[in-house]
Design a binder for this molecule. Sequence first.
Ligand code: ADP
Ligand code: MG
Length: 499
Amino acid sequence: MGETMTQPIISIQDLNHVYGSGDLSRQILYDINMEIYPGEFVIMTGPSGSGKSTLLSLVGCLRSVQTGSLRVLGQELKGASDEQRTQMRRQFGYIFQASNLLTFLTVEQNIATSMELQGIRDRATMRERTKEILSHVALLPQLKSYPRQLSGGQKQRAAIAGALVTRPKLVLADEPTAALDSKTGRQTIDLMHRLAKEQGSAVLMVTHDPRILDVADRIVQVEDGHLGLAYSQEISLALPGLKEEQVTEMEIQPDVFTYEPGANVFREGDVAQRFYVVLEGSVEVFHERPNQPRQFLRTLGRGQYFGEIGLQPANGQRTASIQVTPDAPAKLMAVRGEDFRQLMHGSNLTAVAIAQTIQERVRTSVMTEALPSLDTSNITQILPTIETLRYGAGSTIIQVGDEPEYFYIIAAGVVEVLDHNAQGQTKVVAVRTPGEYFGEIGLLQNRPRTATVRAHPKNTVELMALPKATFQEMMADSQVTQSEVARVVYERLKTLTMR
Ligand code: ADP
Ligand code: MG
């Protein structure tokens, strides 16, 4: 997208469809609007009888368009003649529920037929393409087999080969896994997904198999002839442990917002009100503090969520800023805070998964704040070894003379650094606040603790503790971090010796 706007492969405006006429007429589709872009994998789902096959057959030029506009590959189908529709049909790949192989032809001949319809008639090209596509779908040994000699899964793979061998810009599939067991169905879809992505084909696929929805770039839902976004499915995909029916029962009504490339979604410090799921495009997460360079944390793409940290407890502050990636718009689903908390209580698994995400994100955020040069991919590796420790007000964290075991980053609260003078008296020589670290001197210089550190007498302290080995690994992985820490050590030792 961006400056040179891509033309959609399918563009539908105010499409209606009625079966029968007069007293017997029945409207099946109502005011359908939809666009599908090159290379997109779109899944259409919804109850039986809702109009999915009808819509697919209109897009596939198997029926004539009655009212509204339907453009496919740049051609308006409203008003198109039978002959034009036949011409159009040859440009798509089709995959149906029952495989659409011709029973009296071998696999090879079936695939040849697809190519001939597209005007590919050069024997050498045909042989080469057949071999290539059949090896992709693992059917080379079945080259000379007839459909009746194949298993259900093999038949659908042959159908996929036939549909994709001509490298069509658009593939239409109507419940292609309905006749397959779930494992075969999954494999078939994964294969089709990979092939379509490799060739850059757009796919519009009807299915109500919930187990394969995750391959979709986008899910649309047809209900009683109306098209909508499948909110409950998107939410249950994003939040592990929540079933789609549970989400539907909660009657959550999320909003869907489209943001321009580079737009701000929210800023660090804002009051948190909503939870977001990325439906299309991607967003960037970063720290943004006054008088400091902004610090990139991560990119979140389709199916990933954000905004959960500030929502527990209610109306907390945003701990990071979110901005749409500069190269493309993003579509976000926004769930209100109270609805989000209802979702969290819907399943223990969801609550645990979100708690884990929060912990991971908070830790990453604290670490990048303490060590700005640390790469987020390094942090991801380190995270599992980090312990969270809490100390009551005034309690001792490290004691002068101890063997060093941990490197500490302060997540919350203030600590005091104490020095012991020759008379055995102690004195506070420094305080360290959230986002700062301590404990590095002993670890780097391999000597006992040079100072005592304790929680400030007025607050509890929460620390992220990196075991010695993790700390050393981290230093070895990043030269920049190493010199950054070394500089801090130098500053700290200097103030100690000046006393
Ligand atoms: P889905 O694929 O979502 O199950 P369909 O598009 O096949 O739904 O059907 C939608 C409705 O239209 C159903 O009630 C079906 O009975 C009816 N229908 C489908 N095809 C025809 C037809 N050729 N003539 C009349 N009614 C039809
Ligand atoms: Mg159908």
